[in-house]
Ligand binder design. Structure first.
Ligand SMILES: C[S@@+](CC[C@H](N)C(=O)[O-])C[C@H]1O[C@@H](n2cnc3c(N)ncnc32)[C@H](O)[C@@H]1O
Length: 372
C-alpha cells in the first residue's frame, strides 16, 4: 500500500464517498417517486382510456424503480456505517498496519450487515410495489401527447389580443357585438326559464355573448378566456352595462376548470371556441364540456366555419365532426339547425352577407342521453 493511498484512507474519503452515494440515491428515489405521482395525476386527466392505462402502468413502473432505489439507499447507508467503523479503527494506524487491516476485512458488499440490509430492503420494497426495477422505465408514447392537455393554452391568443394595444373591435375573429346566431337563437327559444340558471361561455373573447345571456335571464354567466388581454377587454366591454353584475369574467384555461371547484352550468355556449383549438385537444374539449354540464343542462355549439379550408385556427368545422366528438360520450343532438337564414349566420359586421356561403354556420343543441 503506497503512502498516497494511506493518506487518502486516513482522510476519511471512503466513508465520505459511501455517504455521498447514499445521499444521491435518496435524492434520486424522491424525484422518481414524485414523477410517479405526476403520472398518476395525468392518468386521471388523460383523453382516452388507452392513454390513461399507459400513464397508470408507467406510474407503477416508476414506483417500482423508486422503491428499488430506496433499497439501494438503505444498502449504501449500511455500507457507510461499515466504512465509519473501519475508519475509526484505522485512522491512526501506520501504513503497514493499515495494509494488514484491509487484508483482513471483507469488501463492504460481502459483509453481513450490508448483505442483510440489501436483501431485507429489496424484499420489502418489492412486496410494497409489486416488483424490482433497477433501470428507469421508458416514457410511454401517448396517442394524445401531454402537451395536448394545454394546447388550447397557446401564446398565439395573447399575441393576437395584444395587437395594437388590444385587438380592435370587428377585426380578426371579433364580431364587435353579440354574435348573430345567438341573437336569433335567444329570440326563438327561452333558454333560461327558471330562476338561478347558470351559463358558461368558454373562449369568451370580449364577452359580448356572456352579456347577452345575462340579459336573456341567466342569473350567473361565467365567461372564461385564456388571454389576460382578452379578459381585460371583456371587463371593459361589459363594465357599462346594467347586466354586468350577472357576468363573471375569469381569466384562465378552459381545460383547467374543475367542476368540483368551479361548478357546473345549465347552458354551455360554444361560439367559435372549438374551431380555435388544436385538433389534438378536441376529445378533451368534449370530455371537459361533459364534466362542466349540470344535470339536465344543454350545450349549444355554433358550428363555424363550415366549408373547405386548410389548417387553422379557425379550423374547418362540420356537424358530423362535432357529432363524432359528443355522441360517443353520451350526448345526442336534440336540435340541429343547419339551414339558418344567411343573415343569422356568424360573420363580422364588415363581412359581406355572401361570405357565409363559404364559411357557414349551424347551431346544434346537445343533451346527455337519459341512460347516461
Ligand atoms: C376565435 S376566438 C372566439 C372569441 C369569442 N367567442 C368571440 O366570438 O368573440 C377564441 C378565443 O378562445 C380563447 N382561448 C383559446 N384557448 C383557450 C383556452 N384553452 N381556454 C380559454 N380560452 C381560450 C382565445 O383567447 C380567444 O379569445
Amino acid at each position: 500500500m503506497d503512502a498516497a493511498v494511506t493518506q487518502l484512507a486516513r482522510s476519511g474519503a471512503i466513508p465520505f464517498l459511501c455517504g455521498s452515494a447514499a445521499g444521491c440515491f435518496a435524492l434520486y428515489s424522491a424525484k422518481v417517486a414524485a414523477a410517479a405521482g405526476e403520472w398518476r395525476a395525468v392518468s386521471v386527466k388523460a383523453a382516452t382510456d388507452m392513454d390513461s392505462a399507459l400513464c397508470t402502468s408507467h406510474s407503477v413502473a416508476l414506483d417500482q424503480h423508486a422503491a428499488s432505489c430506496c433499497a439501494l439507499t438503505a444498502t449504501s447507508v449500511a455500507s457507510t456505517v461499515e466504512a465509519i467503523v473501519d475508519y475509526r479503527n484505522y485512522r491512526h494506524c501506520s501504513q503497514e498496519k493499515l495494509a494488514t487491516y484491509f487484508a483482513t476485512r471483507r469488501p463492504f458488499f460481502a459483509r453481513r450487515s450490508v448483505l442483510g440490509t440489501a436483501v431485507v430492503s429489496l424484499a420489502l420494497s418489492a412486496s410494497l410495489v409489486g416488483g424490482f426495477r433497477l433501470m428507469a422505465p421508458q416514457q410511454p408514447l401517448l396517442r394524445h401527447p401531454l402537451w395536448a392537455s394545454h394546447a388550447g393554452a397557446s401564446p398565439h391568443w395573447e399575441k393576437l389580443w395584444g395587437q395594437d394595444g388590444s385587438l380592435p373591435k370587428g377585426s380578426r375573429f371579433d364580431v364587435a357585438g353579440e354574435s348573430l346566431p345567438l341573437t336569433a337563437e335567444l329570440k326563438r327559444r327561452n333558454h333560461a326559464p327558471r330562476d338561478g340558471m347558470t351559463a358558461l361561455v368558454p373562449g369568451c373573447g370580449r364577452a359580448y355573448d356572456a352579456l347577452a345571456l345575462a340579459r336573456h335571464g341567466f342569473d350567473k354567466v361565467v365567461a372564461v378566456d385564456l388571454s389576460p388581454a382578452a379578459c381585460e377587454a371583456a371587463r371593459e366591454e361589459i363594465s357599462g352595462s346594467s347586466w354586468s353584475g350577472g357576468v363573471q369574467v375569469r381569466c384562465g384555461d378552459f381545460f383547467a376548470l374543475d367542476p368540483a371547484r368551479d361548478g357546473t352550468y345549465d347552458l354551455i355556449w360554444d361560439n367559435t371556441f372549438l374551431c380555435a383549438l388544436e385538433p389534438e385537444v378536441r376529445e378533451q374539449w368534449a370530455l371537459q364540456m361533459k364534466a362542466l354540464l349540470a344535470p339536465g343542462g344543454e350545450i349549444i355549439t355554433c358550428v363555424f366555419p363550415i366549408g373547405e379550408r386548410e389548417g387553422g385556427p379557425p379550423f374547418a368545422m362540420s356537424v358530423p365532426l362535432v357529432r363524432a366528438l359528443l355522441e360517443p360520450i353520451g350526448f345526442e343532438a336534440t336540435l340541429v339547425q343547419d339551414q339558418l337564414p344567411l343573415e343569422e349566420q356568424h360573420r363580422r359586421p364588415g363581412d359581406k352577407l355572401e361570405s357565409v356561403l363559404t364559411r357557414g354556420t349551424a347551431l346544434v343543441t346537445w343533451r346527455l342521453r337519459s341512460q347516461d
